[in-house]
Ligand binder design. Structure first.
Ligand SMILES: Nc1ncnc2c1ncn2[C@@H]1O[C@H](COP(=O)(O)OP(=O)(O)OP(=O)(O)O)[C@@H](O)[C@H]1O
Length: 307
């Protein structure tokens, strides 16, 4: 059944007391795909991921992860998924190498622990105790422990929070390498650039349901949005909305000379589109079923230098 799907969630419900944390969430993740789940604080992302990981029970809906219901899954299933947990304080005295080697022994077909330590950029820190790592280094250790079991499906909950830009780029390369190996990845993030860099598709969650799911390029009709060409003329900023910005720029260059003063071509960034989707979702009364796409135009704020 749906053999090409690593994750299939339909009508997921989870309440904490009166609070509906997840409220009819649908999501499908194909094998080999990277899906980023975006959404504001409290949208229900972590609750959903924890249900998929088998750490929380649901109140309703159907969930299949690698073809199995996580609520009744056993050890074999658990060995096929990778979860990036916060490093336990109990293990603070162990070194990076000890921890990665130790965790590898829990799995039937682990990756080489030393290769994993290299892959997350911790070779220099292999003999360092985990309590002596910086926040970003500790997170890389978390990732190492999540992937050492060679999971078919990896859950990453806000994996690069606290990373410096260089570490974040190194982490993205690591994730692309895992995808190239065929690993399916479900990640939550608040970094829109991270979603754009890594995800094949993004799912936007608001108030416990998915309000849009698409490729980063097409989310919310992004490709179809008009560009804005902006320039300075006669001391004033002028702009034109257009489907053909190159033609507008060429016409301007002919009219004003080759260097058009203050020239900018603006297109909506993923962040613009995301913020527009959330604003629309919050403005709308809760629908009976979540719409696939919302096509109101968010503000254009991004700048893309014209060539
Ligand atoms: N154990 C809990 N008990 C009661 N309420 C909870 C519990 N865990 C989460 N909630 C509530 O459920 C809602 C969804 O929380 P969740 O952590 O899933 O959101 P999130 O999208 O992951 O948010 P963030 O981006 O802040 O991590 C929130 O309103 C939160 O306060």
């Amino acid at each position: 059944m749906d053999d090409n799907l690593a994750v299939r969630v339909t009508g997921l419900q989870k309440r904490y007391g009166e609070k509906r944390a997840v409220d009819g969430l649908d999501l499908a993740v194909a094998r080999g795909e990277i899906v980023a789940v975006l959404g504001p604080n409290g949208a229900g992302k972590t609750t959903t991921v924890e249900i998929l990981e088998g750490y929380r029970r649901r109140d309703g809906g159907d969930v299949r992860v690698l073809g199995v219901d996580p609520q009744t899954a056993g050890r074999d299933w658990r060995a096929r998924i990778g979860i990036v947990l916060q490093t336990s304080n109990d293990l603070a005295e162990a070194t990076v190498a000890e921890l990665v080697h130790h965790f590898a022994r829990y799995y039937p077909d682990p990756r080489d622990p030393d290769e994993v330590i290299d892959a997350v950029g911790l070779r220099e820190k292999a003999r360092t105790r985990s309590r002596q790592l910086s926040g970003g280094q500790r997170r890389r250790l978390d990732v190492a422990l999540g992937i050492v079991g060679r999971p078919e499906l990896l859950f990453l909950d806000e994996p690069t929070t606290g990373f410096d830009p260089e570490a974040r780029h190194a982490f993205w390369s690591l994730i692309r390498g895992l995808r190239a190996d065929g690993t399916t990845i479900l990640l939550t993030t608040h970094y829109l650039e991270e979603a754009e860099q890594l995800a094949d598709r993004v799912a936007v969650v608001n108030a416990g349901r998915v309000v849009a799911v698409d490729t980063p390029a097409d989310l919310g009709g992004r490709q179809a949005r008009k560009a804005v060409v902006r320039w300075t003329e006669g001391g004033a900023v002028r702009e034109e909305r257009t489907d053909t910005p190159a033609a507008v720029v060429a016409a301007l260059a002919t009219r004003l000379g080759t260097e058009v003063p203050g020239l900018q071509v603006l297109r909506p960034t993923l962040e613009d589109v995301y913020l527009g989707l959330i604003a629309d979702a919050e403005a709308a009364p809760a629908p009976a079923t979540a719409p696939d796409a919302v096509d109101a135009a968010p503000a254009l704020t991004a700048t893309e230098a014209a060539r």
